[in-house]
Design a binder for this molecule. Structure first.
Ligand code: SF4
Ligand code: SF4
Length: 407
């Protein structure tokens, strides 16, 4: 067993590529092209030109130190002991919403590492040296004490499934598991997972849930730099599904999809991980589910950063919506790969609430400009961000709940 204290964490974890010693490897470091935040001289990494606005903290502050490339340069200096970790540096490191845009655009390294990895590594480094920042302490304690960032106790987990007649993994085995996510027992996250469970029942799926044994997938632990907590949650989550004989995992949230895909890669090779909307697309195609009612509505779909750029899922939600008679889908200017972030990720609502609110408001403005009546989402974090706005320009609804009305 590896000694916990000797594990490579923080900047040490990315040392191999952060500041390579030999010339060949060094030349694949940041070349200051500016592609990652959309304001480079030529944006060489951008095969199909997209909108200029890409990195929410940069667009909010409009100051170079808030760019992804600056975080890369700052990390190199901290790593070599040239600069200390200061409150100003932390402000910048914790203003990243983990929208993954820079990661998508920076093609400078052939091994796939990018500026977002640097942000995460810096956060790990800060957590190792000083513990979590004050704004994130409650999330950290929630994970440590209750396996849940919102500090819901184990007794409160799984309430979302009350009255649905769903079997728990502790009661029997099934090939498919519905993983609800931490937001399922929060008012803003419940509707989507309840609708998904009912649709899976309707499709005749043999599935179980974790119920009160469910733990956070690890999203906050990963993105906020609580690496040790992340690895613990990863192992415990993997143990739960492998011991339960699960071969397919369906999640209700785009961020859970991104994290579970990573778990499957390291410890449950062969485990199929699907977002609910992918499940619905397949079930409709196979005739397991039938659309029986039209919905006469003009809607726009907000691509979640983690389901979109994180997992590359852009078509399934649109295909499912097109299958509903009466639905008119209108696209926002910044859609799919170029979707603007809701501001809800990376612990930014806690660390930099003005930035989070600005990002969500800007997305709502864009949605309103399409002429849509409703914004559909596919992630509990996005739903939470839009719900937190005092006067949102449009109502929002979970896409799966919306589809449920047509079945
Ligand atoms: S981080 Fe990547 S995309 Fe950004 S400036 Fe450096 S090389 Fe260019
Ligand atoms: S992940 Fe998004 S918010 Fe964070 S630095 Fe990259 S582009 Fe900016």
């Amino acid at each position: 067993m590896q000694d916990e204290s000797k594990k490579n964490l923080g900047l040490e974890r990315v040392k191999k590529w952060l500041y390579a010693k030999d010339l060949n490897a060094r030349s694949s470091g940041c070349v200051l092209c500016g592609s990652c935040y959309g304001h480079g001289p030529a944006n060489p990494m951008e095969d199909v030109p997209g909108p200029k606005e890409k990195c929410p903290p940069y667009e909010f502050y409009r100051f170079q130190r808030h760019t992804p490339k600056s975080r890369w340069l700052m990390a190199q200096r901290v790593f070599h002991g040239l600069d200390p970790i200061t409150p100003e540096l932390k402000e910048i490191v914790y203003s990243c919403t983990t929208c993954l845009m820079c990661q998508e655009l920076c093609g400078v390294r052939a091994d796939g590492y990018g500026p977002w990895d640097i942000t995460v590594a810096m956060r790990e480094q800060i957590t190792e040296e000083e513990g979590p920042i004050a704004a994130h302490r409650h999330l950290y304690q929630g994970l440590q004490q209750h396996d849940n960032p919102w500090s819901q106790t184990r007794a409160e987990r799984g309430f979302w499934a009350d009255g649905l007649g769903l079997a728990k993994i502790a009661e029997r085995h099934a090939p498919t598991l519905l993983f609800a996510g931490c937001s399922a027992d929060q008012p803003s996250g419940r509707a989507g997972v309840v609708a998904l469970a009912k649709l899976m029942q309707n499709a005749g799926e043999d599935f179980v849930i974790l119920g009160d044994q469910e733990k956070c997938c690890g999203l906050h632990a990963y993105d906020l730099g609580f690496r040790r907590e992340y690895e613990r949650l990863q192992q415990e989550n993997l143990d739960a599904v492998t011991q339960g004989g699960v071969r397919r995992l369906v999640v209700a949230c785009g961020s859970c999809r991104r994290i579970w895909r990573e778990h499957a890669k390291v410890g449950a090779v062969g485990l199929e991980v699907l977002h609910g909307v992918e499940y619905l697309e397949a079930a409709l195609r196979a005739g397991q589910l039938k659309i029986s009612k039209p919905i006469r509505k003009k809607v726009t779909y907000h691509d979640s950063c983690h389901l979109g750029r994180g997992c590359g899922i852009y078509e399934a939600p649109r295909t499912v919506l097109r299958a509903i008679p009466g639905v008119e889908v209108v696209e926002m200017t910044r859609n799919q790969r170029w979707a603007w972030c809701c501001g809800g990720g990376g612990g930014v609502p806690e660390a930099d609430p003005n930035l989070a609110q600005w990002s969500a408001t800007d997305r709502m403005r864009e949605a309103k400009e399409t002429g849509a009546e409703l914004v559909l989402t596919s992630s509990a974090l996005c739903q939470r961000s839009f719900n937190a706005l005092e006067q949102p320009a449009l109502p929002t609804q979970d896409l799966i709940e919306f589809v449920g009305q047509a079945v």
